[in-house]
Every structure is written in structure tokens, then in C-alpha cells.
Design a binder for this molecule. Structure first.
Ligand SMILES: [Zn+2]
Ligand SMILES: [Zn+2]
Ligand SMILES: [Zn+2]
Length: 130
């Protein structure tokens, strides 16, 4: 009789990349009125405002919906629930992308630990089907 306990936790290996200058070269362009390279913009530039959103309507990343409104010539369409596994969020601190489901279930970047703005959840209906 084999009792085989699988608790399914694969330990995430933290790769301590310290001081490296840049990742794997795949930096994602963020449109809109950004004010730094961590996706802060003229509308939201607090310490926690490090997330860019990819918009369902044009598949471009913007720091916020107001940037999209200013720069795009079309109305926003929201992500339907059956596409919540799309990598539509970008952590500006480490350039990691998250799926919508991941983003909605966390309050910090799973890759670099940077806290996300909890106030963003107030804006979910602007981006995601609710
Ligand atoms: Zn758009
Ligand atoms: Zn903005
Ligand atoms: Zn991050």
C-alpha cells in the first residue's frame, strides 16, 4: 500500500537577481502619459501605482483608463470573464505580466513583491467584466 502525499506545492525558487541591468530584453511598451518607467502616469503616480493594464479593445498597455481615454480614439471594452486568463496586467517594477485572475486575487506582485494599489479594485468594472 503506497500512501503518496502530494501536497502540490512546488517551492518557488527566488532567483536573486541583484543589480542586473534589465531582464531578458522583453520590455513591454506602455502607452499614455507615463511619467517614469514603472508605468506611473500623470493621473496616478503614487508609490503603489505600478501596474499597467492591457485594454481589451486595442490590446495596448496603458497606465490607467484616463490615459487610454486621452490617447485612444475609441471606447474601452472590458475583458470578458472567459478571457481572465489573459496576461493583461503588467508590474511596472519588474515587468512581469499577470493574468486578470492572478491580479484580482493578490495585493502585491508575485514576482517582486511590490504592493499594488488597493484602490485599483474600485476601477475593476472599467477594465474587467464584473
Ligand atoms: Zn483601447
Ligand atoms: Zn493615466
Ligand atoms: Zn513585480
Amino acid at each position: 500500500m503506497t500512501s503518496h502525499d502530494e501536497d502540490g506545492t512546488s517551492e518557488s525558487v527566488a532567483d536573486g537577481r541583484d543589480g542586473g541591468d534589465g531582464g531578458d530584453g522583453a520590455s513591454i511598451p506602455v502607452l499614455g502619459a507615463t511619467v517614469d518607467d514603472q508605468t506611473r502616469c500623470v493621473h496616478y503616480r503614487g508609490p503603489l501605482d505600478v501596474v499597467a493594464i492591457r485594454f481589451h479593445c486595442c490590446l495596448e498597455f496603458y497606465p490607467c483608463f484616463r490615459c487610454h481615454t486621452d490617447a485612444a480614439d475609441h471606447a474601452v471594452s472590458v475583458w470578458p470573464r472567459d478571457e481572465f486568463d489573459t496576461h493583461a496586467l503588467l508590474c511596472g517594477a519588474c515587468q512581469t505580466t499577470l493574468t486578470i485572475t492572478e491580479y484580482q486575487s493578490t495585493d502585491a506582485c508575485p514576482a517582486c513583491g511590490t504592493a499594488f494599489n488597493p484602490g485599483c479594485s474600485l476601477h475593476y468594472p472599467l477594465y474587467f467584466e464584473s
